[in-house]
Structure formats: C-alpha cells, structure tokens
Design a protein around this ligand. Sequence first.
Ligand SMILES: [Zn+2]
Ligand SMILES: [Zn+2]
Ligand SMILES: [Zn+2]
Ligand SMILES: [Zn+2]
Length: 94
Amino acid sequence: MRCISTKCEICSVNPAEYTCRMCGRRVCSEDYDVEEGLCKICKSARCEVCKRQLAITTCKYCRRLVCEDCSIQISLVEYVCIDCYKKVVKSENR
Ligand SMILES: [Zn+2]
Ligand SMILES: [Zn+2]
Ligand SMILES: [Zn+2]
Ligand SMILES: [Zn+2]
C-alpha cells in the first residue's frame, strides 16, 4: 500500500491541499478557509474573543466560546469570558 497524496484529515475523501495554521491538520480546500488559514473544525471551535486560539470552554453569561487566555474560571465548573468578567463579575462583587 502506497500513500502518495495525503487525504484530508476531516473528510478523509479529498486530497489534502492545505495545512491548518492552528491545529496543523492537513485538509482539503472544501474544509479550509483560505482567508483565515483555518480548517473548518478550528473555525467553529476557536475562541470568539481573540479569534486566535482554540476555545476550551464557553462563557457562562454570553455563551461565546473562549480560550484559556480569554476565560476566567469563577468556580469549579464555570468560566466567563474576559468581557463578561469585567462587566458582570466585578460589578457583582461591589
Ligand atoms: Zn476535506
Ligand atoms: Zn485546524
Ligand atoms: Zn481567546
Ligand atoms: Zn462572556
């Protein structure tokens, strides 16, 4: 078995043409956003605050996806984004 052209790691059908700059997956043009340089998985799973990193959780208040850098853990299982943290959590504590 020879494997000359790498298959897209998302659909496993089309040949991979691009490499996602975030996750490093080899993906086909259908699963890749050329302008953003991201595969569609990263596009749908990236942080909605900085739009640069993969999100790890959702904000308790605005429900946006947020990455490690843009989220603040407020309890064992709850996270808020930095924007909501400034708006909601800080004012609650006053
Ligand atoms: Zn594909
Ligand atoms: Zn990716
Ligand atoms: Zn972020
Ligand atoms: Zn938020």
